[in-house]
Design a protein around this ligand. Structure first.
Ligand SMILES: [Zn+2]
Length: 291
């Protein structure tokens, strides 16, 4: 069950053990943030534990005081930031910085983990950025996300990125024609308002279908962006996706994520369709036409 996060296979182990180099900030892109936390804590143990011989077969001793404290979430120099709500709040980042302003009592590295880093809102994202911009030797940041394209470029550029996603695309075959249809419209930059009736009747007829279709479009885009050199173009959807500019695709992922949230908040569906179309035409189609 843990196999997809088999840490032996990770490049991060190589960096830490073989190169003896630990990046100040790491971003782990995973299938499921909650499942991945165990693997990430194993990496923390690898960094913190002083008992073990560092080799690929004996990553952490699993019995020293440090390892035990990390396993039970009681290690004072490891902070985990997470949220049950839509956003990680700025105050959580400020508390973290306060905590880390004091020197470690244990004379060891200090680590903070941000689970679901894509739930940072603009204010908390900026606080984190300030923290990342002034790295201290003994502080290590570990960000976990299911979708790196939702984070600011300025944060991504400061992190060593490790893709731990399993290379599978879990899409809903029942709605594949709708997904393909919408991607075709995007790839040909068709004016969505001109085809309003066709899209409304056949692709996005109601809120629930819109959520399902947009989720799968997003999955296709993220899969494409993460596996760009290894795409099977016998799938006609990927043939269409290939015509979309990569920067546009990143924009689509961000827009779709926001639009899904709006839909879930019970907006008037017809008004939502209008604003979604306007957003795509203004933000994506309009991005290149102005110059
Ligand atoms: Zn240990």
């Amino acid at each position: 069950m843990e196999e997809k996060y088999n840490i032996n296979s990770l490049k991060v182990i190589n960096d830490i053990i073989v190169k003896d180099k630990i990046p100040h900030a790491m971003l782990f892109e995973v299938d499921d943030c909650n499942e991945a936390i165990k693997c990430i804590k194993d990496i923390v143990k690898l960094i913190m534990c002083k008992e073990k011989d560092k080799n690929l077969h004996n990553l952490n001793c699993g019995k020293c005081n440090i390892c035990n404290l990390i396993d039970t979430d009681n290690y004072p120099d490891l902070m985990i930031i997470s949220t049950d709500s839509a956003w990680i709040k700025k105050q959580q980042l400020l508390d973290l910085q306060d905590e880390f302003n004091n020197k470690s009592l244990l004379d060891n590295k200090r680590v903070y983990i941000i689970q679901q880093a894509d739930r940072l809102n603009p204010a908390s994202e900026n606080s984190l950025l300030k923290f990342l911009e002034e790295p201290e030797d003994d502080i290590i940041a570990m960000l976990i996300t299911e979708n790196r394209y939702l984070l600011l470029d300025t944060i991504l550029s400061r992190c060593q990125i490790y893709n731990l996603k399993s290379n599978s695309l879990n899409i809903d075959n029942d709605i594949k024609d709708k997904v393909e249809n919408l991607i075709e419209y995007f790839s040909k930059k068709k004016n969505l308002f001109v085809f309003y009736k066709d899209i409304f009747d056949n692709v996005l007829p109601d809120k629930n279908m819109a959520l399902r279709v947009l989720s799968d479009v997003e999955k296709y885009f993220v899969y494409y962006l993460s596996n760009i050199n290894d795409i099977d173009y016998s799938d006609s959807i990927f043939k269409a996706i290939k015509n979309i500019d990569v920067e546009d695709m990143v924009l689509y992922v961000k827009i779709i994520e926001k639009e899904k949230q709006k839909l879930e908040y019970n907006v008037n569906y017809k008004i939502w369709v209008d604003s979604f179309f306007a957003k795509v035409i203004g933000d994506v189609y309009g991005r290149n036409s102005s110059c």
